[in-house]
Ligand binder design. Structure first.
Ligand code: 4AD
Ligand code: MG
Length: 474
């Protein structure tokens, strides 16, 4: 049995075929648009209503599962090259029109989120699912071609890689009556792992251990953040890609990130043509409701091509602060957070401004040490670290990374400053004692990448079942 994608690509005319799929529309009691999700395109199946029972035809409703057998012929009608002349038709699963939520009309994104168990059957979410797959595949292909090893870092951990304390606790203790220590705090020594554990916020620290043995590794797995950020850019559960490379400094880290992003975006352009074409027109429709100045400057695929073809702009934090301080929105107090002085943490409004200012993806580097994580390499100036963030148009931060502090004494000092117990991270410090070396890596939020490539506006709409504050349905 061929998938609809293969039938439409190969057009094996003149032979009989069996296809299975779900009805999108049935018009004039004659034309079925059948989808099996293998492609965004539907197969037109033509039924001669005189040949079939009226009762059977009545059951061809939107959402019903069908099995069809018929000859593939070239189509007389507009809109398709081939069509299936149905000889045998079986309804595998009925779909009651009165009850089925997805009728062939426009549904709001909010409605589709509430019906996320069915939304993969729509054009938009089918396209996003296929795009997610292709981008994941491109990620693995890129790293495999470049001699990286995929490393499976733990999902349950005892450490907080980012030191931000935004973790989901993992415990099997009796919540109503947990065992207590003498000081009244919970006694995790009696818990499943005999210590306090959490869902990981990042696989980086373990990936560093891998890089310092295998030279080049990457992770690609789920990460969890219990931050109460109800925005269109944040998920509580998201997938992260984290390459880590030994003997690589920040410059080669930036080169890697840029090359990698360009590769996966070009891959999607090449391999998701039909889906991107659809997503591009969807975005045009969506933006018709917006004022001109809020619409995308370029059509989706041109935007992607631009990013794939042009150099990212590399700008130091210090330069960026100067630009921001002298910017119109800062002087006219249009920013919510006015940039007063060097050392300020950048908000998404500032990141957006910088991307617009340079009219290209921007890599910011050398941030103040105190607004970045403990593991970043301290610069000779003693106040900045070898950090980098990549900012994308419409997205803001898509990548965060750094060169790592490889000096044992400096790292130990830093951990103390950040109130991190060196004993908890003894294994991490060990790598700085035995064959330490310059090394670097970064993290790419996979959903932010899918958001960018798909042109969707809310991160909840690029993952099948989003987890956000107050929501863990399905
Ligand atoms: O900047 P972050 O927090 O960096 C790290 O976790 C490092 N350990 C990465 C590394 O150097 N190996 O997160 C990295 C990226 C962000 O740039 C963003 O794209 C994404 O992860 N991200 C989120 N995506 C969706 N929802 C959230 N709540 C996210 N938080 C971070
Ligand atoms: Mg970050």
């Amino acid at each position: 049995m061929l998938l609809i994608k293969d039938i439409l690509d190969q057009k094996p005319i003149g032979t009989s075929h069996s296809v299975k799929g779900w009805v999108r529309t049935f018009r004039s009691n004659r034309f079925i648009a059948l989808s099996d999700g293998s492609t965004i395109r539907t197969l037109q199946a033509v039924v001669d209503f005189e040949k079939f029972d009226e009762a059977l035809l009545k059951r061809i409703t939107t959402g019903a599962a069908l099995s069809l057998i018929g000859d593939l012929v070239s189509s007389q009608g507009k809109g398709q090259d081939v069509e299936l002349l149905v000889e045998s038709l079986e309804v595998l699963g009925d779909s009651n029109v009165e009850e089925y939520p997805l009728q062939p009309k426009k549904h709001s994104m909010e409605f589709l989120r509430e019906n996320a168990h069915l939304r993969m059957r729509t054009n938009t979410f089918g396209a996003i699912m296929r795009l997610r797959h292709s981008l994941s595949f491109a990620v693995h292909e890129y790293f495999n071609k470049n001699n990286f090893f995929w490393m499976h870092t733990p999902i349950i951990t005892g450490s907080d890689a980012e030191g931000a304390g935004e973790m989901f606790n993992v415990s099997v203790l009796d919540k109503k009556n947990p065992p207590l220590k003498e000081d009244g705090s919970i006694d995790y020594s009696q818990d499943f792992f005999a210590k306090e554990t959490n869902l990981t916020v990042s696989g980086q620290l373990e990936a560093e251990l891998g890089a310092l043995a295998l030279s080049k590794v990457y992770t690609f797995g789920p990460t969890f953040r219990a931050e109460n950020s109800n925005t269109s850019r944040h998920l509580a559960e998201f997938w992260m890609i984290e390459p880590e490379v030994a003997f690589a400094d920040l410059n080669s880290n930036m080169d890697l990130a840029e090359d990698f992003l360009k590769y996966v975006i070009a891959y999607a352009l090449e391999n998701c043509k039909h889906d991107l074409e659809f997503l591009e027109s969807r975005l045009v429709e969506e933006e018709k409701m917006k004022p001109q100045n809020e619409r995308s400057a370029l059509p989706l695929r041109e935007k992607l091509q631009f990013v794939a073809d042009n150099n990212f702009r590399r700008v130091s934090y210090t330069e960026a602060i100067d630009i921001l301080r002298n910017s119109k929105p800062n002087k006219k107090k249009k920013f919510k957070y006015i940039i007063e002085e060097w050392g300020a943490d950048l908000q998404s409004e500032h990141e957006k401004f910088l991307v617009q200012h340079f009219n290209a993806p921007v890599i910011l580097f050398d941030y103040p040490a105190n607004i970045k994580a403990f593991y970043m390499r301290l610069n000779e100036d003693g106040k900045t670290v070898r950090a980098m963030d990549i900012l994308f148009p419409g997205i803001g931060e898509i990548v965060g990374g750094s060169q790592r502090e490889e000096r044992h004494d400096v790292l130990l000092e830093k951990m103390k400053e950040f109130s991190i117990d060196p004993e908890e991270l003894q294994w991490y410090l060990d790598t700085r004692k035995f064959g330490t070396c310059v090394h670097s890596g970064f993290g790419l939020g996979f959903e932010r990448l899918v958001l960018f490539v798909s042109g969707m506006t809310n991160i909840r709409d690029v993952i099948p079942f989003p987890r956000t504050p107050g929501n863990a349905e399905f």
